[in-house]
Write a protein that binds this ligand. Structure first.
Ligand SMILES: NC(=O)C1=CN([C@@H]2O[C@H](COP(=O)(O)OP(=O)(O)OC[C@H]3O[C@@H](n4cnc5c(N)ncnc54)[C@H](O)[C@@H]3O)[C@@H](O)[C@H]2O)C=CC1
Ligand SMILES: O=C(O)[C@@H]1CCC=N1
Length: 287
């Protein structure tokens, strides 16, 4: 019996055939539509552009943001009405406050939906885009350099869809899954918002350096590289952060003097707890 199968060939859109030739992974071809190419959407898009097997489409009303998306290889559209209805995955990356207005037209599109919006639950998303596989993902902006952390929660997703989500999150960093959607606000408070806490710590450390007499540029260089180097070590050393902390802390030395201030009253820990709780609570409000 002949093995060639013209109907399958004809059923494939041309880009799929192109992608199949390019990657040799025909089964993993996918069209991804990014709705909202702002801070978070574009951070992910930059990574997705490195995956040669994805057809990337972007909708954003802001011309400058469309231009930068086009510059990394995406097909860009100003309005949903212009977008070809050829989607395997629709990624909603607009603000939670506009989700109710932006999402409903995508109910007419095929494919699954992945939302990165803080606070917006699967039940609400289903009300907006209809019955279909829906995945919530909480990414973070280090995705822009392939160092992101993404946490997924999936309803109605089979292994193929989970694999596509992991492909999209894996190309921009690490991926974890939660089985309880109620934890998504906690995830948002730690890894979604977390980069901002770390950037603020860099600001504080640089400011402290200036107050101790360092030139602003030098103070910022020291603070930035110290946080970057400590973060990389914490990830790669294979030892608990507490062990790495002790390796810096000579008994009776300078670090011990500083940590006594930071830890003695539990002030920093309390502050971080309160900050994370505030972020979690705001996520609940947005929902
Ligand atoms: N910024 C971050 O670090 C993170 C953000 N998120 C989530 O990502 C989502 C987007 O946040 P950001 O990127 O920070 O906001 P942003 O304001 O930078 O991006 C939102 C984009 O949506 C676009 N937009 C507005 N109306 C639209 C429409 N009708 N169609 C298509 N695009 C439209 C805007 O032009 C803008 O570019 C939010 O829901 C947020 O909760 C999640 C994790 C981290
Ligand atoms: O600030 C926010 O609401 C979004 C979600 C996590 C990071 N940025």
């Amino acid at each position: 019996m002949a093995t060639s199968s013209p109907p399958v060939i004809w059923a494939c859109p041309p880009w799929r055939l192109w992608g199949a030739r390019k990657t040799g992974r025909a089964e993993t071809m996918a069209t991804v539509l990014l709705v909202g190419a702002g801070n978070m959407g574009f951070a992910m898009l930059k990574g997705w552009a490195k995956d040669g097997g994805l057809r990337l489409m972007v909708v954003d009303p802001t011309e400058a943001l469309r231009d930068r998306a086009a510059a990394v290889g995406a097909e860009v559209y100003a309005d949903v009405a212009e977008v070809p209805r050829e989607t395997d995955m629709i990624v909603l990356a607009v603000k939670p406050q506009v989700m109710d207005k932006v999402a409903p037209p995508y109910a007419e599109f095929p494919g699954a939906v992945m939302s990165v919006a803080a606070g917006v639950g699967v039940a609400r998303l289903r009300g907006l885009v209809g019955e279909r596989p829906i995945v919530r993902v909480m990414p973070n902006t280090p995705a822009a350099i392939g160092q992101g952390m993404s946490v997924g929660y999936a309803e109605g997703a089979d292994d193929t869809l989970r694999a596509l989500v992991e492909r999209l999150t894996g190309v921009v960093g690490e991926t974890a899954w939660i089985e309880d959607e109620g934890l998504m606000d906690a995830v948002t408070a730690i890894s979604g918002s977390g980069p901002a806490y770390v950037f603020h710590f860099i600001e504080c450390l640089a400011s402290a350096g200036e107050k101790l007499g360092l030139a602003p540029e030098l103070a910022l260089q020291l603070a930035r590289q110290t946080v970057a180097g400590a973060g990389a070590l914490a990830r790669e050393a294979g030892e608990a952060p507490g062990v790495l902390r002790e390796q810096v802390t000579s008994p009776g030395g300078t670090t011990a003097a500083a940590l006594a201030v930071l830890r003695e009253t539990g002030a920093l820990e309390r502050l971080v707890n309160e900050a994370a709780e505030a972020a979690r609570d705001r996520g609940r409000e947005l929902g």
